[in-house]
Design a protein around this ligand. Structure first.
Ligand SMILES: NC(=O)c1ccc[n+]([C@@H]2O[C@H](COP(=O)([O-])OP(=O)(O)OC[C@H]3O[C@@H](n4cnc5c(N)ncnc54)[C@H](OP(=O)(O)O)[C@@H]3O)[C@@H](O)[C@H]2O)c1
Length: 328
């Protein structure tokens, strides 16, 4: 592909939201050692992508401008880099791109072999593109709370906040697979959807009961998988069991301070900040579950690459139900 060009969407500085995205023609990248070049089928937009554009991870990300965002992709292998034996041209894959070079909003992208898995035919490109960040974070958050998925889990009560979102809808499904009792929060319009994903009880977060996080069946939570922002420790605390934990995937500075305070005071109730650690085995695990029909990707909306800015704006708006997908 050397010397050929492709359509891509990039931004050239911090800020600007959807208006900061530009459609450009750029050279197709070349795969290096342990990399493969993918002709992309789909990508999904995660809040992480526009948080990087906003400058929330400066000075580390992006390492330079212009920058093509998006890390979760599906595609067909077009070329393999030196030393790659596990994939060949024509293979269909699901991959998580390197966050510092990203590249998902484009016709082609280079993926690292260690974070690439085969896409079985049962899994569509759209479903697959929704998995790497959201489903793997959901899985790792439940594991951080002690869930083992081996049929040996003690019956526990879990609260999942923002259960209608990209991450939350996977946490609900995975928690039910592990036989946990699930209480979930979401907006009124998604109560039925979240119940259909397996939640045992659902709270509308805009009602007083929802805001208090109180279980309708008066349960205390063994753990919370916290997938939104703006809920104080003082709201979680009275709803936790004696050894209850909050696994916080959106930790603020205040949350990190609470985490430290709970540690130094030997508190039995804990707050655990969680950052996704890309792992091929976890990506394989969720791909297999979708293949077997045990979990599914709820798709909020599908947008062509030519209208990527609409998808970007929708994600920034913060009201996605499941995953926002861009198709090539
Ligand atoms: N730590 C990590 O490694 C990691 C990994 C992935 C994601 N994250 C972070 O996790 C957060 C969630 O990600 P996501 O992809 O799931 O986001 P998302 O898809 O954009 O979440 C949107 C959903 O959240 C719901 N929601 C918003 N505020 C809520 C509240 N107070 N209570 C209940 N539901 C609420 C919205 O419902 P309505 O439309 O009804 O308001 C909407 O359905 C983001 O901040 C993201 O950056 C962190």
């Amino acid at each position: 592909m050397a010397g050929k060009s492709m359509q891509a969407v990039h931004y050239s500085g911090y800020g600007g939201g959807a208006a900061g995205l530009k459609h450009v023609e750029v050279p197709i990248p070349s795969p290096k050692k342990d990399e493969i070049l993918l002709k992309l089928e789909a990508t999904s937009i995660n809040p992480f992508d526009w948080k990087v554009q906003k400058g929330m991870l400066r000075p580390f990300l992006p390492p330079k401008f212009p920058f093509i965002p998006c890390v979760d992709v599906t595609g067909e292998v077009a070329e393999v880099g030196p030393g790659v034996r596990s994939f060949k041209a024509g293979d269909k894959v699901v991959a998580m791109l390197n966050v510092s070079s990203s590249g998902g909003l484009a016709e082609y992208a280079v993926a690292p072999v260690p974070f690439t898995v085969s896409r079985p035919p049962e899994l569509s490109p759209v479903e697959g593109a929704g998995l790497p960040t959201a489903a793997v974070t959901a899985l790792q958050a439940l594991k951080a709370a002690g869930t083992k998925f081996g049929g040996t889990d003690e019956p526990s009560n879990v609260l999942i906040t923002a259960a209608s979102g990209g991450v939350g809808h996977f946490v609900v499904q995975l928690a039910k697979l592990a036989n946990l009792h699930v209480t979930a929060t979401c907006g009124a319009r998604n109560l039925e959807l979240v119940k259909s994903l397996g939640a045992d009880e659902v709270l509308d977060y805009k009602t007083p009961d929802g805001a208090s996080l109180k279980s309708p069946s008066n349960r205390k939570y063994d753990f919370v998988i916290h997938c939104t922002t703006g809920i104080a420790w003082s709201t979680f605390e009275p709803n936790l069991t004696t050894n209850g934990k909050v696994i916080d995937i959106t930790p603020s500075v205040k949350a990190v301070a609470t985490c430290v305070l709970k540690k130094v005071t030997f508190s039995k109730k804990k707050l655990v900040p969680l950052l996704l650690a890309p792992k091929m085995e976890d990506l394989n695990f969720v791909v297999e579950l979708v293949k077997e029909g045990k979990i599914k990707t709820v798709v909020d909306s599908r947008h062509p690459l030519s209208k990527a800015e609409e998808a970007w704006a929708k994600s920034i708006d913060g009201h996605a139900t499941g995953k926002i997908i861009v198709e090539m």
